[in-house]
Design a protein around this ligand. Structure first.
Ligand code: SAM
Length: 282
C-alpha cells in the first residue's frame, strides 16, 4: 500500500467527489430520521495543503483553489465550501481563515451530520488510520476502525439505522479494484437494501470503465445513477476525470446534481476540454 491521499487532497477529482457527497447528505437530511454514513476508505479526515506531499504535486491548485476563487457558486457548492471553511477556521482558530486545510470525506460527512446521525470510518494504512483516529478523538458520533474497507462492509452492514450512505473510495492501486468492488456490492446491498451506495472511480481508460459498468449491470438489478466529469479529452492512460456510480439515490438528488454539474465543469475544465453527464441507467 503505497498510496497517500495527501498527494491528491483538494484535487479536481476530490472536489467532484465531495460536492456529490454533499449533495447526497443534504438530500438525505431533508427527512428528520437519523442516518448512518459508512466510509470504507476514509483517509485521514483532513489534509494540510502546505505539507511536503501536497506541495509536491500541487493538485489542489486545479481543484479547491479554483473553486474557492469563484464568485456566486451554486447553493450546493456553497454547502461544500462551508465545510472547507469550517476545517480552516477550526484548525487555525481564525474566524475567516484562508485556505490551508482540506477536509476529507469523513470530515465533510461530520460537518453535515446532525446530532442524531452516525459515522463509521474504515482505514487500513496504519499511519493514515492513526491520523484519522486523532482527527475524531472524543467524538461520540464517529467510530473509526483500523480495517479493510471491504471487510468493513460485511462487519457494519446493516447498521441499526434504516437510512444511510456507503461511500466506497479505494485508491485503485491494483487493476482488479473495479472487480473487487463489483463483487462486494451485491452482498452489501442484500444486507442493507435501503442504503445508498456511492462508488467513486477514476476515468483513465474508457475500456476499464465500460467493463466496470458491464459487471455492475450483470450483478446488480438496481438502476445505476451515473455521474461523470472530465477536464481533458480522452487521453490514453491519463487521469482525464472521474465518476460516481450511485445505487438508490435519494429523492431530489438528481435535480440538485444536474443543476450544479455545468457550473462545476466550467470551473474545473482545462480550456473547455472534457465534458460532464449525469443520468439514470436502467
Ligand atoms: C482515495 S483515498 C480516500 C480519500 C477519502 N475517502 C476522501 O475522500 O477524503 C483511499 C484511502 O484508502 C486507504 N486504503 C487503501 N486500501 C484500503 C483498504 N483495503 N481498506 C481500507 N482503506 C484502504 C488508503 O490508505 C487511503 O487513505
Amino acid at each position: 500500500m503505497n498510496y497517500r491521499h495527501s498527494y491528491h487532497a483538494g484535487s479536481f477529482t476530490d472536489v467532484v467527489k465531495h460536492v456529490i457527497l454533499t449533495a447526497l447528505i443534504t438530500s438525505i437530511s431533508r427527512k428528520d430520521s437519523s442516518f448512518c454514513y459508512i466510509d470504507t476508505h476514509a483517509g485521514t479526515g483532513y489534509y494540510d495543503l502546505f505539507s511536503e506531499f501536497a506541495k509536491k504535486t500541487r493538485e489542489y491548485e486545479g481543484g479547491i483553489e479554483k473553486i474557492i476563487q469563484q464568485e456566486n457558486p451554486p447553493p450546493l457548492v456553497k454547502d461544500y465550501l462551508d465545510c472547507v471553511h469550517k476545517i480552516n477556521n477550526q484548525l487555525t482558530g481564525a474566524k475567516f481563515a484562508s485556505l490551508r486545510y482540506y477536509p476529507g470525506s469523513p470530515m465533510i460527512a461530520r460537518y453535515l451530520a446532525r446530532p442524531h446521525d452516525r459515522i463509521i470510518a474504515c482505514e487500513l494504512q496504519p499511519q493514515e488510520y492513526q491520523a484519522l483516529k486523532t482527527a475524531f478523538a472524543g467524538d461520540k458520533q464517529v467510530a473509526v476502525h483500523h480495517t479493510d474497507g471491504f471487510l468493513g462492509l460485511k462487519a457494519f452492514l446493516p447498521p441499526r439505522e434504516r437510512r444511510g450512505i456507503v461511500l466506497i473510495d479505494p485508491p485503485y492501486e491494483n487493476p482488479d479494484e473495479f472487480t473487487r468492488i463489483a463483487r462486494s456490492l451485491p452482498t452489501a446491498i442484500k444486507r442493507w437494501s435501503t442504503g445508498i451506495y456511492a462508488i467513486w472511480y477514476p476515468i483513465k481508460e474508457k475500456n476499464q470503465v465500460d467493463r466496470f459498468y458491464r459487471i455492475l449491470k450483470e450483478t446488480i438489478a438496481l438502476p445505476i445513477f451515473s455521474i461523470e466529469l472530465t477536464i481533458y479529452p480522452d487521453l490514453p492512460n491519463h487521469l482525464n476525470g472521474c465518476g460516481m456510480v450511485i445505487f438508490n439515490p435519494p429523492w431530489q438528488f438528481d435535480a440538485l446534481i444536474k443543476k450544479t454539474l455545468p457550473w462545476l465543469w466550467k470551473s474545473l475544465t482545462i480550456n473547455g476540454q472534457g465534458s460532464y453527464q449525469a443520468n439514470l441507467i436502467k
